[in-house]
Design a protein around this ligand. Structure first.
Ligand code: FPP
Length: 240
């Protein structure tokens, strides 16, 4: 594929929103929207890899999403199960695609078979580096910061660390995204203007791009538009 952009954001994060509304508009069950949403997720991963994006993070399931009906939660878990099963079965294809997959979020409370598959897929892909794909499942940004704080508190308790020596880098190192660059661009389709507890620490200097499209309608051309808008912005990181 020809080089489409001379420069690219290194890390793009996407809130896959609007599946329910997409389905409702068509007189379908909400779960049908998630099904199409999962296909769009696959396509966008492939496209991002093709154009040379190094890190993508997708918000698939938040800690708050457990409040949805049992049927809807079950369907989202099933879609994950299918995706993970495919990743596990098609090892050679994945090897060639060079996906490095990481699940960010708490494993606690997740179905055991999914946790097992997550561990397998992560460990088999952790030496790849064409593109890093983070899938946020049972994820909450505040909870992630609390997790990091607890780890540092343990070190203080054990005498390995002095409170005055705690740095921002140490907090970052305790997050699920440890050793990864912060997102440069966060995209939220579906006309919502909220961060919804997504990567709240990592988003400190991210550019936001909001879009009216519902996630099941999202295409590579929409990702291109977001990247183009990002490239026109002048990022100063607090400077002048
Ligand atoms: C938000 O739309 C979407 C979700 C909470 C679920 C996203 C999950 C997937 C796309 C499937 C995950 C599968 C894989 C393989 C990663 P919404 O339901 O809040 O839509 P609404 O705002 O229109 O109701």
């Amino acid at each position: 594929m020809d080089k489409k952009f001379e420069v690219l954001p290194e890390h793009i994060a996407i809130i896959m929103d609007g599946n329910g509304r997409w389905a409702k508009k068509r007189g379908l069950e909400r779960t049908e929207g998630h099904k199409v949403g999962a296909e769009v997720f696959r396509k966008i991963c492939q496209y991002a890899s093709d154009i040379g994006i190094k890190y993508m993070t997708f918000y698939a399931f938040s800690t708050e999403n457990w409040k949805r009906s049992e049927k809807e939660v079950g369907k989202i878990m099933d879609l994950l199960r299918v995706y993970l099963g495919e990743m596990e079965e098609r090892e050679e294809e994945n090897e060639a695609a060079g996906y490095n997959i990481r699940f960010i979020g708490s494993r606690e409370g997740m179905p055991e078979d999914i946790v097992t598959l997550m561990d397998i897929v992560e460990s088999r892909s952790n030496d790849k580096d064409k593109i890093h794909i983070n899938i946020a499942v049972n994820y909450g940004g505040r909870a992630e910061i609390v997790k990091s704080a607890k780890e540092l508190a343990e070190k203080v308790k054990n005498g390995e660390l002095q409170p005055k020596d705690i740095t921002e880098d140490m907090i970052s190192a305790g997050l699920y995204t440890a050793n990864q660059p912060d997102p440069d661009l966060i995209i939220r389709p579906s006309g919502e203007y909220r961060l919804s507890n997504f990567l709240i620490w990592q988003a400190a200097y991210a550019e936001f791009f909001y879009d009216d499209i519902l996630w099941p309608d999202y295409t590579p051309a929409d990702l291109d538009r977001a990247i183009e808008a990002f490239l026109k912005r002048n990022r100063r990181f607090g400077g002048v």
